[in-house]
Design a protein around this ligand. Sequence first.
Ligand SMILES: [Zn+2]
Length: 120
Amino acid sequence: MEELDTKTLSTLRNLLLKMEKDLDEQLSISKSAAGIVTLDQTSVGRVSRIDAMQQQSMAVSTREKSRRRLKNVKQAINSMNSGDYGYCKKCDELISTPRLMAQPEAKFCLSCQDQSDRQQ
Ligand SMILES: [Zn+2]
């Protein structure tokens, strides 16, 4: 059975920890951006209010994506700690290293990901 070598694992761990930090920062910055509309509601005109609302809804959906990604990143770090990192959650095969390098928080191998993408 092939396994991820220690060097690859430590590279991936560093990637995940950096992603966790970046996403945490991003989420705390966008927290204030998502709150702008309610603060300014009385002082801005109708048009700029609509503008601000569009910006807010964009900020909210970006936040939502970042939050989901952060959750996956944290799960990946957890599975690294428990030693079952890098295996597909569906078919139990080892996920290919290039795929993990590109997306360290990946939960599925390429073919299982393909299948679940098609079902959606
Ligand atoms: Zn799979």
